[in-house]
Design a protein around this ligand. Sequence first.
Ligand code: SF4
Length: 181
Amino acid sequence: MQIRLAADLQEDSIVDGKGIRTVIWTQGCSHNCPYCHNPKTHDFNGGELVEVEDIIERLEELNGQDGITFSGGDPMFQAKPCAILAKKSHELGFDVWAYTGFTFEELLEKGNSDVLDFLSNIDVLVDGRFEIDKKSMDLEFRGSSNQRVIDVPKSLEHHEVILFNLSEKTFAKQRREALYI
Ligand code: SF4
């Protein structure tokens, strides 16, 4: 299986979720948010097609990373390969964040099995379109105040949006500590 990426994997990011993260930049987005920070990622034929297996090999070789973040573009347009990569990321002990222009509710309403599979392998989802009139530099890990940092496992369990507690330890750190106790 292949996935269309906007750029090479980016290691050591500290702005795309909690901890030190590797970002998978997916290509393709049709939300057209005015003043989007990354318009080059919109074209669904842009970027480069990459084998998912090749990305998995890269993930297996990562060092010093707490988690993996899917950004773009909008990774929900390529939910099937993203779900495979998210699952693998968890197996490797990384926590998984994802950014999407859809709201959490819109994703559930779609009822698309690949999207639901991807969602079930995401720990934290930053949802919603970027809205310039709600932009603030004071917001952590999101561009505008309409966007939410969502605890996905809890939200799926309780059938309502539950926000992620940003003061919690990263999932990867919790897992590492559990392994060494
Ligand atoms: S969802 Fe993200 S990538 Fe897509 S247009 Fe909006 S800000 Fe840009």
